[in-house]
Design a protein around this ligand. Sequence first.
Ligand code: UDP
Length: 238
Amino acid sequence: MKALYEGKCKELFSTEINGELIQLFKDDTTAFDGKKHEVLANKGVLNCAISSFIFEKLHQSDIATHYIRREKNAEMRVHHLNMMPVEIVVRNVAAGSICRRLGLKEGSVLPRPLTELFYKSDELGDPLINEEHADMFGWANKEDVATMFKIALNVNQALCKLFNNVGIQLIDYKLEFGKTKDGSIVLGDEITPDACRLWDQITGKKLDKDVFRQDLGGLTEVYHEVASRLGVTVEMSS
Ligand code: UDP
């Protein structure tokens, strides 16, 4: 397989079928723009299994994604998308950057789900932007942003239900979108505890990458807990 792209935590390979790629979830774990980095055994396979399960659930809710199927180990087969250079963050509860930006108290429930737009740029630290910026600089036009926000809110409904059923509060998460050959906007990338904040509904225990960012204990143990609660089976190497 030919590597097309290597990111901090994932790699994309071409396949024998035109328009289908393998997305490989790596064991590499990074935070603070890559300043903190560790390789954690089985993190890739856990993320691949969790994301595959979630994409399958989204398909059952008629939400289109790039996901085709789970392959062996940490590999996922996906449709090739032309990725948009923006990220959408959906928030149900205040945490992370919105608390620093707006002085909100961590853990305060927002009056309704909030969608935010960020420009993907490592150099600039992924700045928060609005629809005007996205349109003006050609990153996504207003119709594209409206479509992504609408899909993001549909995703939110499905995910809140899914996590709520297993005693987990979905605080916030990041989504990335791309366009198919015919120009329709589809959800891409991943939905994993690397890109979400997940708190135990009763104890508030963190079950996501904040465990790594804040040195709160073993990261793969909590990802395994998320997988088990969702009923996802993962074959891990010892
Ligand atoms: N997030 C992500 N990748 C990014 C930026 C954010 O996966 O490049 C996720 C992050 O894990 C959290 C949510 O998006 O679940 C909101 O992140 P926030 O804006 O609060 O930034 P943070 O303080 O986490 O850097």
